[in-house]
Design a protein around this ligand. Structure first.
Ligand SMILES: [Zn+2]
Length: 84
């Protein structure tokens, strides 16, 4: 790890990881479309929840809560943490 290592501001993975770097310098290839635009919040939440459920087997409801907590800790999604 180097001091200037960059991390995806949406999901936190290192942008130096193999195949993580896409058109954007801020976000990884998984969080953006092929133009480097960040995916919609609902898509990110659903995608992260699906990943967590398949990995941790916590069920869709708990996976969605965990995905919400995880993503709202990221700079790109901190504004979504406000209770509505
Ligand atoms: Zn990302």
């Amino acid at each position: 790890m180097t001091p200037d290592e960059k991390f995806c501001e949406s999901c936190g993975i290192p942008l130096s990881a193999p195949q993580a770097k896409g058109p954007s310098d801020t976000y990884c290839v998984y969080c953006t479309d092929d133009q480097g635009n960040l995916h919609a919040w609902d898509d990110m939440l659903a995608g992260t929840a699906g990943f967590l459920d398949s990995w941790q087997k916590v069920g869709p409801e708990e996976a969605r809560k965990r995905a919400f907590r995880y993503l709202t800790a990221m700079p790109a999604w901190a504004h979504k943490a406000d209770p509505q």
